[in-house]
Design a protein around this ligand. Structure first.
Ligand code: SF4
Ligand code: SF4
Length: 112
């Protein structure tokens, strides 16, 4: 089991999660973060920290797609361990449906 970041993170990117992860397994894309499923130790501390409720256990039904996305992009994007400023318009995208289709970007973020 691992935890995964879902599309609820897209364009919100609050980054409260990276501060609490004991094994620094978050990776930064242009407009969302992902978790490396091979590094995550399933401690669960990041899940309640996310204001967008974007972090879920991969055992919840329907999360296979997000597990695959987290596995793929955590090997391509840079590691991030410190909270930065979230996008100025982050709150406008919180809780919006269909963000993956509309806004997902495979481009990397800047990392630490
Ligand atoms: S706290 Fe939630 S919304 Fe913010 S970067 Fe982490 S997963 Fe994304
Ligand atoms: S569950 Fe724990 S180890 Fe996994 S990403 Fe969250 S804080 Fe990091």
């Amino acid at each position: 089991m691992t935890y995964v970041v879902t599309d609820a993170c897209i364009r919100c990117k609050y980054m409260d999660c990276v501060e609490v992860c004991p094994v620094d397994c978050f990776y930064e894309g242009e407009n969302m973060l992902v978790i490396n499923p091979n590094e995550c130790i399933d401690c669960g501390v990041c899940e309640p920290e996310c204001p967008a409720e974007a972090i879920l256990p991969d055992t919840e039904g329907g999360n296979e797609k997000w597990l695959e996305l987290n596995a793929t992009f955590s090997s391509q994007w840079p590691n991030i361990t410190r909270k930065k400023d979230s996008p100025a318009d982050a709150d406008e995208f919180k809780g919006k449906d269909g963000k993956y289709d509309e806004y997902f970007s495979p481009e990397p973020g800047e990392g630490d």
